[in-house]
Structure formats: structure tokens, C-alpha cells
Design a protein around this ligand. Structure first.
Ligand SMILES: *[C@@H]1O[C@H](CO)[C@@H](O)[C@H](O)[C@H]1NC(C)=O
Ligand SMILES: *[C@@H]1O[C@H](CO)[C@@H](O)[C@H](O)[C@H]1NC(C)=O
Ligand SMILES: *[C@@H]1O[C@H](CO)[C@@H](O)[C@H](O)[C@H]1NC(C)=O
Ligand SMILES: *[C@@H]1O[C@H](CO)[C@@H](O)[C@H](O)[C@H]1NC(C)=O
Length: 414
């Protein structure tokens, strides 16, 4: 850089040219493994592995229509954010921890689950007909047990001659792996969608949702003691590098626009619901402060704050740059202003206003939407998020991962 500034004295133009020419290319993104925590925006199959009937739609068209070989187990048209991240760091697919058969855990595992709330299940949703039990506190317990299992597999005493064979990362790689925590959407979305709470009441749960996320981060950063039977107490390696993602603009989600829109509602310049976006903004502000405080408390850890909201807003500002044609409409839906109807969800069939609808066939242009089914982020958004964070946009500390992602393997197999 010193040499560069000398050159710069020669004249602004020359300086600019030289800076471009001399800029080192970004190094390849690289981590031994990747782990995810959160809800259906990150779930790559825990929901359907645990409750095959309840979540059967995740496995069939029109979900996963842009996913290699379709049977994706994911609630979107193609890949999840964590898929792009896994490929961006030059690793292979990220499998659900509950996927006992046909999973490949060589490069980490995914603890996120459909319906996985930030707050413990008891708090967020009492009295529901169906409640996913896999909130962050449970996912965190899975992670602690997972490390113990890694140790067992590596132990010559418990696994003599490597008798039990499974493709797993080394326990010692946990503390140099990449972790993601993207939570809270479940808490806010259900509250608003089912009108369990009013908009202003939902705004008031922000501190407890953020607190649950903060506690989760602290637990995965903690060095936990473990005493294997017949062995001295050992210290299990913690997560040290964590990407914490904030809340997307809730007021731009087609399902919530459908439920909360109308003549009484306030809309922003993009046509999103201002009051709902205020919930996201409050969440994001508080989460940012908490992450900042955690950085001070855990100076050895690298805590990234990924601004999902910022990336989403970039797309809303210039949808054409992302080939997005209908930013506020679902792709898989039954018509109406936002192509979403509460009566028949994507993957189902039924009757809407007396008319039979069948939402089991692919919709016209999945790449042109931000929300695939009116609830879940599309392949387009997920890729934009991973690209932004890996190349250093909308991520803090400034510059983020500063590395060059590579999605070619994925892209070649769509
Ligand atoms: C980065 O990855 C590309 C393939 O995506 C490979 O050709 C290149 O050699 C890698 N560079 C380094 C420094 O590992
Ligand atoms: C990671 O954990 C292993 C033990 O599993 C330890 O040997 C190593 O020093 C740790 N690395 C860092 C960077 O803390
Ligand atoms: C948009 O579509 C064009 C033409 O198909 C393609 O070349 C370009 O890569 C797409 N842009 C994005 C951001 O996907
Ligand atoms: C819905 O559409 C699919 C695909 O065309 C078809 O196989 C299925 O039978 C239809 N379901 C009903 C109930 O009509």
C-alpha cells in the first residue's frame, strides 16, 4: 500500500488505474466445514426427516424445481442461503443433522429446522395444533452432542480400528469452521400471519427474540467440558467464526402483505408494509448492538453481522439488475395481488373462492421473485445474500469474509 500511495502522487488518473491493476485478487473462500442454525430459511431437511408426513411437500415439486435432481427437502425453488455459502467456500452440500440415511456429513452439518423459533418452543407458541419442537435451544443441544460423537468416532477406544465408518469432519476442525445463525423469522412471521399478536405487540417481542439469539451465540462460543467414561475431563472446541444474519423486511413478504395489507395500511416506496418493516428494523438495530457487545466479550471469536435487510433492499431498488420481475409476488401461488392465499399453500391443492386450484406444478418464472411460495426466500435472494456476504457487501465488520466464492459446481448442475 505504501508503494501505491507514492504512485498516487503522480496524478489521480494514473493512481486509479494503478490501484485497479495492483489490487490482489480475492483469495478463495475456504473453511473445513459449515454449520447452520435457524428456521425454514436455513433448513435443508431436518423438518421432513423428523416429520415426514407434515413436511412432505418439501420433497416434491414445485419445491426444489431448480435444485439438482429435485428431491430437495428444502422450502424454496432451488438452493438455500446456506447451500450457496457451502459451495461458495468450495465445499459440497450441507446435510441436515437428522438425515440418518443418505446424508454426507464430511463438510459439516445443518441444525436448522422448519418452524425452529429463536425463543424456546414453550414460550413462542403454546396451544398450537402443531408446533415444531426444534427451537434454537434444542439445536444448540444437538451441536454439543455432535461434538461428543465426533470425539467417539475418533477415539481408538470407542471406535477401535475405525470400525464405525462415517464421513465426518475432525473434532479439531470445529473451531476453524464457519457457523451461521439466522433466526427470529419464525417468531415474527407466525405471530403476524396467525394474528396471534397485533403488529405493535409483535414489535414488543423483539427484545426477547434477540435475547434468545444472543444466548444461543454465547452457548456455541462456550468451551464446554466433557468427561468421557473412563477418560479425564476434556474441553470441547467451540465455534469461533459465526455469521449472524439479521431480519429481512417482514413488510415485503407476500403472505404478510396479503394478511396485513389494505386501505388502512401504510406502504413504503417499494409497496411494502411500513409498520412490519419497523419490526425488522428494531430487531436489526438491537441485534447489531448485541453482536457488537459479544465481540468485546469474546475477542478471540470472529462474529460477522450479515445485513439481509440491506441486500433485500438493494434488490427492491433495482430489481432488473437481479432479473427480478415481481418483487412482491410469490411465484407458487393462487393469484391475487401478491399471488398468495391462506387457503391453499404451495405444494397443495384445494378451493379458493369456489375455484379448484392445484399448486403442485412449477410456476412460470421462479428466478423472477424474492419469495418463492409467499413465505420463504427464493433461490434468487439466497444467492444474492451469499454473494454479498462472501465478497464483503452488507456485512460487518466492513469487508466481511473478503474472499472469492465459486458457485460453478452448483450452477452446472441446476
Ligand atoms: C481457487 O479455486 C479455483 C477453482 O475454483 C482454482 O482454480 C484455484 O487454483 C484456487 N486458488 C487457490 C489459491 O487455491
Ligand atoms: C481448536 O481445537 C483444538 C482441539 O480440538 C486445539 O488443538 C486447537 O488449538 C484449537 N484451535 C484454535 C485456533 O483454538
Ligand atoms: C440475468 O439474466 C441474464 C440473461 O439470462 C443472465 O446473463 C444474467 O447472469 C442474469 N443476472 C443475474 C444476476 O442472475
Ligand atoms: C395436480 O396437478 C398434478 C400435476 O399436473 C397432477 O398430477 C395431480 O393429479 C393434480 N391434482 C389434482 C387433485 O387434480
Amino acid at each position: 500500500m505504501a508503494r501505491l500511495s507514492l504512485w498516487c502522487l503522480g496524478g489521480l488518473l494514473l493512481c486509479a488505474v494503478h490501484l485497479v491493476a495492483a489490487a490482489d485478487p480475492l483469495p478463495n473462500c475456504s473453511y473445513p466445514a459449515i454449520y447452520g442454525f435457524g428456521d425454514s430459511l436455513t433448513d435443508v431437511g431436518n423438518g421432513i426427516a423428523a416429520f415426514p408426513e407434515k413436511f412432505k411437500h418439501a420433497e416434491i415439486d414445485p419445491y426444489g424445481i431448480q435444485f439438482p435432481m429435485h428431491a430437495a427437502d428444502r422450502y424454496t425453488d432451488g438452493k438455500m442461503f446456506i447451500d450457496f455459502l457451502a459451495f461458495g467456500i468450495r465445499r459440497r452440500p450441507n446435510y441436515a443433522i437428522l438425515r440418518g440415511t443418505a446424508g454426507d456429513f464430511t463438510y459439516g452439518s445443518n441444525f436448522a429446522a422448519y418452524g425452529g423459533s429463536a425463543r424456546p418452543v414453550k414460550v413462542w407458541n403454546t396451544g398450537e395444533k402443531f408446533t415444531s419442537p426444534f427451537s434454537l435451544d434444542v439445536q444448540q443441544q444437538w451441536f454439543q452432542r455432535y461434538k461428543i460423537r465426533l470425539w467417539f468416532y475418533e477415539s481408538p477406544v470407542y471406535n477401535p480400528n475405525g470400525r464405525l465408518v462415517q464421513s465426518l469432519p475432525k473434532l479439531s476442525s470445529v473451531n476453524s469452521s464457519l457457523f451461521t445463525v439466522w433466526a427470529g423469522y419464525q417468531d415474527y412471521f407466525w405471530s403476524l400471519y396467525e394474528k396471534k399478536l397485533t403488529v405493535s405487540q409483535t414489535r414488543k417481542i423483539v427484545p426477547e427474540v434477540v435475547k434468545a439469539i444472543e444466548e444461543h451465540i454465547e452457548k456455541i462460543l462456550a468451551v464446554v467440558e466433557y468427561t468421557p467414561p473412563g477418560f479425564p475431563t476434556m474441553l470441547m472446541p467451540p465455534a469461533t467464526e459465526v455469521l449472524i444474519q439479521n431480519q429481512l423486511p417482514l413488510g415485503c413478504v407476500p403472505a404478510l402483505l396479503t394478511v396485513h395489507g389494505g386501505s388502512h395500511a401504510k406502504y413504503d416506496e417499494y409497496g411494502c408494509l411500513s409498520d412490519l418493516n419497523k419490526i425488522s428494523k428494531a430487531h436489526n438495530k438491537l441485534l447489531g448492538e448485541k453482536v457488537e457487545a459479544l465481540r468485546k466479550k469474546y475477542p478471540a471469536a470472529k462474529l460477522y453481522y450479515g445485513d439481509v435487510y440491506g441486500v433485500y433492499e438493494d434488490i427492491l431498488k433495482k430489481p432488473a439488475d437481479y432479473n427480478v420481475t415481481t418483487p412482491l409476488k410469490a411465484c407458487c401461488g393462487t393469484g391475487g395481488k401478491y399471488n398468495f392465499n391462506k387457503d391453499v399453500w404451495c405444494g397443495d391443492f384445494g378451493t379458493v373462492e369456489g375455484k379448484f386450484v392445484n399448486l403442485t406444478t412449477p410456476c412460470a418464472n421462479p428466478a423472477g421473485v424474492l419469495s418463492y411460495d409467499g413465505i420463504h426466500t427464493s433461490n434468487t435472494v439466497n444467492k444474492a445474500l451469499a454473494t454479498a456476504f462472501l465478497t464483503g457487501k452488507h456485512i460487518y465488520p466492513e469487508g466481511g469474509f473478503k474472499c472469492s466464492p465459486d458457485f460453478t459446481f452448483w450452477d452446472a448442475r441446476t
